[in-house]
Design a protein around this ligand. Sequence first.
Ligand code: HEM
Length: 432
Amino acid sequence: MGTIDKIERGMWYMGLKEHVKVDKNLDSAMALSQEGYMFIKNRIDKYQTDIFETRLLGKKVICISGKEATKVFYNKDLFEKKGALPKRVQKTLFGVDAIQTMDGQEHMHRKQLFMSIMTPLDEKQLAKLVSKNWEACIDKWETADEVVLFQEAKEVLCKTACQWAGVPLIESDVKDRADDFDLMIDAFGAVGPRHWKGRIARNKAEKWISDIIKDVRSGRLKAEKGSALYSMAFYKDTQGSEFSDEMAAIELINVIRPIVAISTFITFAALALYKYPECRNKLLTKDSNYLEMFAQEVRRYYPFAPFLGAKVRKDFIWKECEFKEGMIVLLDVYGINHDSRIWDKPFDFLPERFKEREDNLYDFIPQGGGNPSKGHRCPGEGITVEIMKATIDFLVNKIEFEVQNQDLSYSLVKMPTLPVSGFVINNIKRKS
Ligand code: HEM
């Protein structure tokens, strides 16, 4: 063993390779549940390192942070996804054996399917649809005592996603379906009842969508060529085989559910408009560059995805640490978006920081890093940003409202998190 370095309850010491900190807690699951989004960053900052070892649920895990770490993490020769995602996350958030668990050629082939339905044209169509669906809410809101923006956003996005994807959804079902997608998302960092609610919601959604896939395949329901519904129903894999009804449903849900998830960024965007009136004023000018910068800063500043996992494909050494085949490695998404080596004043909300910023695949990673068509990075970033921009413009330029006293705080421990009140607005009026 190397030098004993007793700090913080005597739990840390220098690891075998001298430079690698090892969290000697028998298990860090408790610390993770108490520190949430800050679990990795707290240790990275305190010990001035980009890497440490710990144990989570009985397994040795390496946590890494920083731009270089992202580059390593997205090296497909070194890492794979097979076996990296706990079944509990697959049975709630992603679906079992979905794209998030795949590697190699098969992953690339399926990724192409996703990329082909998320073109710039789809982004524009979704932005237009979402604006229309927001505007259709105004009459109802004008007579309401109050409106919880998060709840409204889930419903508007669920409706928008289904319209765009070609999935039939009657008005009276919108709320239940939207709530189910939200329960799947809410389950990702949960144990106990939140986890079980997520599982039940997923089973319901998979049954609903696989019945629709069956109807399309049997000709009972017409799907427009090129729509997400059609593409999932008739996709053929590298062997020329179609998805099972269940897998087609899982992957179609992998398109609709994350669109509903944008409601989290929308709620944080509303919070930012309220907390930073100077930003709101700039948005009144309808400057499209500023709108883009504001949306990007919301994605950077506010917490959503905490970290990402992958499994070591073959032994290698990085930063004098031995990565052994089969080990799980966690990449610090929240920490990298708040790394002071990358971002000046990372805990200040400053949309202008995106003005002169050069595109980089590894240091701004709210939806993963690397090239989306070559790895696992989210294919839906364009859709996310366009839907956010359309919604922010709606909130600033299409309506007026008041924000009364409420609990707008959000926890960095609960994952995923949200302002406690869900952002309540009152006295809503259409702008003339
Ligand atoms: C709320 C906004 C969103 C967030 C925070 C988000 C976040 C992420 C993250 C962190 C990943 C994993 C990246 C990795 O493993 O390297 C991912 C993957 C993925 N996202 Fe998103 N996403 C969002 C919106 C969307 C949208 C709008 C869509 C589609 C319409 C989408 C579809 C997907 C798919 C299919 C994958 C799997 C990609 C793969 O494994 O190759 N996401 N997303």
